[in-house]
Design a protein around this ligand. Structure first.
Ligand code: AMP
Length: 122
């Protein structure tokens, strides 16, 4: 899947859409989700043009991947989630329910989150 330069997070990175920034450096931006699914809901994105964890994990330099996931963990800690626990989710593609085609990790926490996914009926 080619990277869509007009996706919402690309617009956020270009400053065309405002965001509630939690963390930013040269490679990474983290901001609060506009439609939170938990008391704390933050999205962490690389600034590079990656559609999902699929091309990020395949094409990004190992050091970039390492710094990204180390930062996800650090942000969760700074949000006070490390001790009570939290969930980190990356949705990928259609079956994964991905809506915005720029790789992002959801950090969700601030209370018990329940099941990981809705139970499938058999
Ligand atoms: P996903 O389904 O994994 O692609 O998740 C996309 C997430 O982006 C959803 O949780 C949306 O609520 C969130 N979102 C969409 N537009 C914005 C925005 N402008 N600012 C912050 N979060 C957004």
């Amino acid at each position: 899947m080619a990277y869509d330069l007009d996706n919402t997070f690309a617009k956020i990175l270009r400053g065309e859409i405002p965001n509630d920034t939690v963390y930013e450096d040269d490679e990474i931006l983290a901001f609060r989700d506009i439609n939170p699914q938990a008391p704390v809901h933050v999205l962490v994105i690389p600034k590079g043009a990656y559609v999902s964890i699929d091309d990020f994990g395949r094409d990004a330099a190992p050091e970039v991947i390492g710094r990204f996931f180390a930062r996800v963990r650090a942000i969760a800690d700074e949000l006070g989630l490390a001790r009570p626990g939290y969930r980190a989710i990356a949705n990928i593609g259609g079956d994964g329910g991905q809506e915005v085609p720029h790789f992002h990790v959801h950090i969700l926490g601030g209370g018990p989150l329940g099941r990981m996914v809705a139970k499938q009926s058999s």
